[in-house]
Design a protein around this ligand. Structure first.
Ligand SMILES: Nc1ncnc2c1ncn2[C@@H]1O[C@H](COP(=O)(O)OP(=O)(O)OP(=O)(O)O)[C@@H](O)[C@H]1O
Ligand SMILES: [Mg+2]
Length: 176
């Protein structure tokens, strides 16, 4: 057996209002960094980590404890990109960096959400979430400010820039 010590890879959180472009970015990141992409909404749906269904906002309510139990062994291994439109319930120790994707142009976000046939109530609450910077604030309240970074997700150029930012962060992390 080799006695070489291999440092665990970091875990990265990609968060932000629904529709800002988290998956768009994660898809490319998983290819380029060779990390495992954990899309929490998708995993919750596939494994039925759902507490109940919110009829008013037409969305499932996550069973956070079940999701955490599922994720714990994966997170211990490292090398994950975790995607979710919230960030305050994950253990702080899981993440070496938290990237908050934003879409300051409300019209762009509105059109993206409208394309998903969100109802008016859901549309309004998501747009307000973005206008008030709710997720960025949640991230800053939940993690050390020096590991929280804001990325723009409006245009393809923004996404390219964001990819560079994350890859540069990873390069610096490896040098530590
Ligand atoms: N940087 C970008 N430039 C152009 N289009 C984008 C960009 N990012 C995302 N989009 C488009 O916007 C839509 C929503 O993006 P995406 O699914 O990545 O959002 P999300 O943040 O993952 O949403 P959710 O919280 O529901 O998972 C998609 O159609 C995607 O192709
Ligand atoms: Mg997504």
């Amino acid at each position: 057996m080799s006695d070489e010590v291999v440092d665990a890879l970091p875990n990265i959180l990609i968060t932000g209002t629904p529709g800002v472009g988290k998956s768009y970015l994660c898809q490319k990141l998983q290819e380029q960094l060779k990390f495992k992409w954990i899309d929490c909404s998708k995993i919750a749906k596939e494994n039925d980590f759902i507490e109940e269904y919110d009829e008013e906002y037409e969305c499932p309510i996550l069973d956070e404890d079940k999701l955490m139990d599922y994720m714990e062994p994966l997170m211990a291994k490292g090398g994950n990109i975790v995607e979710y439109h919230g960030c305050d319930f994950f253990p702080e120790r899981w993440f070496s960096a938290v990237f908050v994707v934003t879409c300051p142009n409300n019209t762009v976000l509105y059109d993206r959400l409208k394309d998903r046939n969100y109802n008016d109530k859901k549309l309004k609450s998501n747009i307000e979430c973005e206008i008030f910077g709710t997720i960025l604030e949640e991230a800053k309240d939940s993690y050390k400010p020096d590991i929280v970074f804001e990325l723009k997700g409006e245009t393809k150029q923004d996404a390219e820039q964001s990819l560079k930012t994350i890859k540069n962060w990873y390069k610096a992390w490896k040098r530590k």
